[in-house]
Write a protein that binds this ligand. Structure first.
Ligand code: PRP
Ligand code: URA
Length: 209
């Protein structure tokens, strides 16, 4: 599928396997989400524009490249997206961070919005929406629609584990939004959990179950 990137780097695969393991503790889970996000940041930013500058090395002047001042913002979907922010910021310390609060109603499975705070110049920024799980795709699609309504046009979506159903939904609703994920799983179960997945990402990150 166009615009869908699945990372099969050995380090990412290794860490995703540890994340899936139900014996992984909350502390380890948090560290692993941070590490995988950092590894993915490297790929998600591959197309950032560069500009040439001149610097003086101890030996001579050099024409060399730096990021072309493109402004970035990370937008975690609360709660579980929060776990991905620190890893991303390690490689992108200049990024601003906005937040979108959505939870999935367990009965209807529809996303319910409860919070939004974005940087004041959000419309000029490239946004990377973060959520570890893309299950039905309802939350991701709603978050992207929400950003578009606020005039934001440059949006990427990054998750750790995606179900085929979620990829299809997000791609159908927002074909312009590239999807980056570390693993594509088999399917959703009757409760719209990803199989085999890793369980409830928010609960595992914050130790709430
Ligand atoms: C989880 C996950 C996504 C959503 C994915 O959040 O972090 O936001 O479900 O499901 P979907 O693709 O079917 O919309 P949840 O609603 O459990 O909230 P939480 O992060 O507060 O635990
Ligand atoms: N949300 C999660 O945290 N896990 C899933 O498998 C599906 C939605």
């Amino acid at each position: 599928m166009d615009n869908v990137f699945i990372y099969d780097h050995p380090l990412i695969q290794h860490k995703i396997s540890l994340l899936r393991d139900k014996k992984t503790t909350t502390k380890e889970f948090r560290e692993l989400v941070c590490e995988v996000s950092m590894l993915m940041a490297y790929e998600v930013t591959r197309d950032l524009p560069l500009e040439e500058i001149e610097v003086e090395t101890p030996i001579a002047f050099a024409r060399t490249k730096v990021l072309a001042g493109k402004k970035l913002a990370l937008v975690p979907i609360l709660r579980a997206g929060l776990g991905m922010v620190d890893g991303m910021l390690k490689l992108l310390p200049m990024a601003k961070v906005g937040h979108i609060g959505l939870y999935r109603d367990p009965r209807t499975l529809e996303p319910v919005e409860y919070y939004c705070k974005l940087p004041p110049d959000a419309a000029e920024r490239d946004m990377i929406v973060l959520d570890p799980m893309l299950a039905t795709g309802g939350s991701a699609s709603a978050a992207v629609a929400f950003l578009k309504k606020r005039g934001i046009s440059s949006i990427k979506f990054m998750c750790l584990i995606a179900a085929p159903e979620g990829i299809a939904r997000l791609h159908r609703d927002h074909p312009d939004v590239p999807i980056y994920c570390a693993a594509q799983d088999e399917r959703l179960n009757d409760h719209a959990y990803i199989v085999p997945g890793l369980g409830d990402a928010g609960d595992r990150l914050f130790g709430t179950r």
